[in-house]
Design a protein around this ligand. Sequence first.
Ligand SMILES: [Zn+2]
Length: 259
Amino acid sequence: MKPITIFSWGYYGWGNHTPYLIKALDAVEESKGFKPLMFVDIRISHGVRAKGFKGSAFKNLVGEQRYLAMKDLGNEKIISGSGPAIQIAKPAAAKDLLDLAIKLSKTKQRLLFFCSCKFNKFGGKPNCHRCTVAGLLIKAAKKQGVSIQVVEWPGGEPKNIKMEITPKLFGSINKGVMNITLPKDCDLAEMAGLPWGTVVTFKCNDQELNRIVGPAIYQKSKWILPVQFFYFDQDASLAIYHKESEKIRKSHGFLPTNS
Ligand SMILES: [Zn+2]
């Protein structure tokens, strides 16, 4: 049997664009044959600046059916301000999260738990409490003999994709822009579902440029591909790009963990 996939995610950068976020996430899940995601909020405090995640704003947007707050899986340190950097308020609650993911999987709905941090790991080391929650989920799944995979949204194995683009866009990528504007008719389900570390080969006439990117994000009224890395040397081979991609995936916590 295929493992049940549970996503972790940080809303960093999406605070003012949640309607677009939902549009993207729903398109990705639908393209893969799943129902719209169930969201589990694992922040201990909802008193944040980000408009779309302040108070009950996010719950109001997605609806009560698709939202659950689990402060038990929040980081107590945010409140107490003392002791180790990560202290899960009530670690045993990970079992409830697992049970919910198992239940939803029976009706083809997947679960995404989130906080605000951009990366769950930095330099290969835990950087956010969702890393700890992922570990607790794996432990609980092993105990129950359930096969799960916990991975940063949108998961998947990075591949190389080719994209034919206009000379104007090619020129700006060549100059080193880190936010690549996507054409208006792009396939949102594909672009927002690109695995972290995807290597895109941009083509224009006889020229090519490679970039390591993450899934599409919405910024300044446009869908863009965020560039994570590129070599100035345009002759750097695809093999070298894939090697670097694997390094980034490891360092930023994009590799899946399995029970
Ligand atoms: Zn966090």
